[in-house]
Design a protein around this ligand. Structure first.
Ligand SMILES: CC(C)(COP(=O)(O)OP(=O)(O)OC[C@H]1O[C@@H](n2cnc3c(N)ncnc32)[C@H](O)[C@@H]1OP(=O)(O)O)[C@@H](O)C(=O)NCCC(=O)NCCS
Length: 160
């Protein structure tokens, strides 16, 4: 039987492992300073999942300011899920769901009122995960990814 996973905030000693997971799971990769810059600015929404002492997944987010809709004149804060991945052998056990749920809760600490993300139109596991979490597809960005694939923009309100 497998041990239960636990969630905690990213810490700098996780950097190499998170970079390894990112490169194993996704074609969108980043230099170490990018991960550290996000951590320094938004530590509450950079979460890792740990099992038996090993980090097996992460979610990394940014908080941005923008117009929530054309009908509103006020600028509001939005969470942006930049990257999430769970190592293949740890998938389908609720880790991705738990990571995003925790990040959404933490976004309230930065006063974000909604959360958005981009996802490849072919990435059914991720799209289903986000739909299960209450995200809706709000648009498509043509050729968003380096290989020419389109992205869906998915959005969800955050309740304080
Ligand atoms: C997307 C990803 C993070 C999901 O992580 P996970 O820990 O396996 O997800 P969970 O076990 O929490 O699954 C939650 C829901 O996601 C959906 N889902 C997950 N894997 C799925 C699959 N292979 N096929 C269809 N739906 C899937 C289901 O709706 C699932 O709910 P259910 O178990 O009630 O059916 C993981 O597949 C991954 O790391 N993929 C590679 C990286 C990636 O694509 N990141 C997203 C970039 S936008």
């Amino acid at each position: 039987m497998r041990s239960p996973f636990r969630l905690r905030q990213f810490q700098p000693s996780d950097l190499d492992r998170v970079i390894y997971i990112n490169r194993t799971c996704l074609p969108e990769n980043y230099p170490s300073f990018f991960f550290m810059d996000i951590f320094k600015k938004y530590p509450e929404t950079f979460i890792v999942a740990e099992e038996d002492g090993d980090v097996v997944g992460y979610v990394m987010c940014r908080i941005e300011t923008g117009m929530p809709s054309l009908r509103s004149l006020s600028f509001s804060k939005r969470g942006h899920i930049i990257s999430i991945a769970v190592l293949p052998e740890y998938r389908n056990r609720g880790i991705g769901y738990a990571l995003v749920s925790r990040a959404l809760r933490a976004m309230t600490l930065y006063r974000a009122s909604e959360c958005y993300l981009e996802v490849r139109v072919s990435n059914t596991p991720a799209i289903n995960l986000y739909k299960k979490l209450g995200f809706e597809i709000k648009g498509t960005i043509r050729r968003y990814y380096a290989d020419g694939e389109d992205a869906y923009i998915m959005v969800r309100k955050i309740n304080p």
